[in-house]
Design a protein around this ligand. Structure first.
Ligand SMILES: NC(=O)c1ccc[n+]([C@@H]2O[C@H](COP(=O)([O-])OP(=O)(O)OC[C@H]3O[C@@H](n4cnc5c(N)ncnc54)[C@H](O)[C@@H]3O)[C@@H](O)[C@H]2O)c1
Ligand SMILES: [Zn+2]
Length: 373
């Protein structure tokens, strides 16, 4: 049942090898030691996790890390996006310094995207960079955030504004961990998988729609398949474009509106829920600008419905406010908002040559109104 995906990058001068393996399957957490020894050997491991995951999996991962190196310590911070900040980054870094972690150490990031980003940023900066391993435990982290090497923290000015690119040595996604993940978190993470189908692979899109009941039931075969295919897509896209100049922008489908809706909800909407709404609106924007085939937005909406995800813009969200918030998105360049749109299910639009497409305000406003419940 296990799947493996290799993430590779073009070599830059002086580099001998670049890239890492993503292992996906059931029971992998109790079979870590050997992989740690071969893929990320260290004299000491720092296991960083949050307060929800520590009681669930902390001891098991520590045990494996100790078996691999003889020495490992657990560092726990309070769960939640609000803790993905510089204060927690400083605390964790200080705790590692106090515990005497040196350059021969490595970091294990055990958790969802918050742990992955924060622990990854600690690893990226500690003694100018320690190797690290991602052990994603949420659907979002397995499908999206554990691959690509983006690490960082939020600031009062916005999300993910301070960070670094730092690629892991290995990613191990034990799908059994999803059994304790709250249902809304599961559904929200799967929104990104639907997105992967929409932007690159019509066959994957059709499969994920038909397999949605099994996936939501956590049937192992289907879950391994969805994580594997999404990781393959993300790995291909980020491998082509490690630092986001071109094709990586296609991953932003649904996110220009999605980020605005997420912020406007005061973050009561989960990221994937907001992105689901964003994908429907951006599907309609695509149709209104004749970039997307007619019927594209309806197919996206139907897929999201099957995953129990929202697909209408909430009535209390004013279109003007959403539009305003799209302009402060960090992906806006020189104040110009560029949408990542699709031609049809399975094919991203190349836009103006860089996969981004400016859209008239009137079109955005009309698309938002067309997506009211
Ligand atoms: N680096 C990237 O490329 C990238 C991409 C997308 C998102 N992100 C980031 O990811 C974060 C969101 O990730 P997330 O949705 O995983 O959030 P999260 O890490 O906060 O996890 C969601 C909640 O589920 C809990 N949880 C996670 N796994 C669990 C499990 N197996 N059992 C029980 N509880 C579990 C967590 O403790 C948390 O309360 C955001 O900060 C976002 O910016 C990063
Ligand atoms: Zn996203």
């Amino acid at each position: 049942l296990e799947a493996k995906v290799n993430v590779t990058f073009p070599l830059t001068p002086g580099e001998r090898s670049r890239g890492y393996e993503v292992r996906i399957g059931p029971g992998l957490m109790d079979d870590l030691a050997g992989h740690l020894r071969s893929r990320c050997p260290a004299h000491r491991y720092a296991v960083i996790t949050d307060s929800n995951l520590s009681p669930l999996f902390g001891e098991r991962v520590l045990e494996q890390a100790r078996e691999a190196s003889g020495s490992a310590d657990l560092f726990v911070f309070p769960a939640g996006e609000a803790n993905k900040n510089r204060e927690r980054w400083a605390e964790l870094s200080d705790q590692l310094l106090t515990a005497g972690f040196g350059r021969d150490a490595a970091v294990l990031a055990l958790g969802g995207g918050v742990v992955g980003d924060l622990a990854g940023f600690v690893a990226a900066t500690y003694l100018r960079g320690l190797p690290y391993i991602q052990l994603p435990t949420s659907a979002l982290a397995m499908i999206d955030s554990s691959v690509g090497g983006k690490t960082g923290v939020d600031t009062p000015a916005g999300k993910n504004l301070i960070g670094a690119f730092h690629q892991p040595e290995l990613v191990v996604a034990d799908i059994d961990t999803l059994r304790t993940l709250p249902q809304p978190e599961l559904r929200s993470g799967l929104a990104e998988a639907v997105k992967h189908g929409v932007i690159t692979d019509a066959e994957y899109f059709d499969w994920i729609v038909s397999a949605s009941p099994a996936i939501l039931d956590l049937a192992p075969e289907e879950v391994v398949r969805v994580v594997e295919r999404s990781v393959r897509i993300k790995a291909f896209v980020v491998g082509e474009d490690e630092r986001e100049g071109g094709v990586r922008k296609t991953l932003n489908f649904g996110h220009t509106i999605g980020h605005a809706v997420e912020a406007l909800s005061g973050f009561t909407l989960l990221h994937g829920e907001a992105v689901a709404i964003g994908m429907v609106v951006e599907g309609v924007i695509g149709e209104k600008t004749a970039i997307s085939d007619a019927g594209t937005a309806d197919r996206v909406r139907d897929a999201l419905r099957r995953f129990g995800l929202p697909n209408h813009v909430p009535r209390d969200m004013e279109a003007d406010r959403i539009l305003e918030l799209t302009r402060v998105d960090k992906k806006a360049r020189a104040g110009r908002v560029e949408y990542a749109l699709v031609e049809r299910i399975g094919t991203a639009s190349r836009g103006t040559g860089s996969y981004g497409q400016p859209v008239e305000d009137e079109v955005v406003l009309a698309a938002i109104e067309a997506c009211r419940g």
